[in-house]
Design a protein around this ligand. Structure first.
Ligand code: SF4
Length: 174
């Protein structure tokens, strides 16, 4: 049997911990932050709200899983506005998460993989035309209404790793 925590560490995530799907709560107020459209993907991407399902549908879907894993990637900035570290940490997280999602879906094809930010698999999402790669599309924790600080707390991982740190968090339910 595969130890997914070990696997995550082998795949260069900085931290990984088991996550109980029963602790997850899809929140309307988190969805409202998506609706503010700071990412410019609200109702423009299949994996972002409102297209990833209603808050009730997201909650029901998450509660249908038995196991989960929380995955984190942390970078440390060397100055106040360290764009390079932001970009490098985000890229490392995205690449590792996609790789992890592909691996776990070989064992659990229905695994729900929720990253940081919506799907960026295509340069431009085909929405509202049909998704080009439904088996590659990845939604986000925020899109599912998850308040990341609480999810980290409930899984026993820090949300913040101290001065000058920035952390990207994702989860997989299986
Ligand atoms: S795979 Fe492409 S078309 Fe489908 S949700 Fe992702 S970006 Fe959009």
């Amino acid at each position: 049997m595969i130890d997914w925590i070990e696997k995550a560490k082998e795949m260069s995530f900085d931290a990984a911990a088991p996550l109980d799907p029963k602790t997850l709560i899809a929140r309307e107020d988190v969805r409202e932050m998506c609706a503010a459209d700071k990412c410019h993907t609200y109702n423009k991407n299949w994996t972002c709200p409102p297209n990833c399902g209603t808050i009730e549908e997201c909650q029901k879907q998450m509660q249908g899983y038995t196991n989960g894993i929380l995955l984190q990637t942390t970078g440390y900035m060397t100055k106040t506005f360290d764009t390079k570290t932001y970009q490098e940490t985000e890229k490392r997280h995205m690449v590792n998460f996609r790789h992890f999602a592909e691996e776990i879906r070989k064992t659990y094809p229905d695994a729900l993989c929720l990253g940081a930010g919506g799907c960026h698999f295509c340069k431009e999402c085909s929405f509202p035309k049909e998704c080009r790669f439904p088996d590659k599309a990845l939604s986000s924790m925020e899109g599912y209404g998850l308040f990341i600080i609480h999810v980290c707390r409930d899984a026993g991982l820090p949300y913040y790793y101290g001065k000058n740190s920035l952390t990207y968090t994702a989860c997989v339910l299986y």
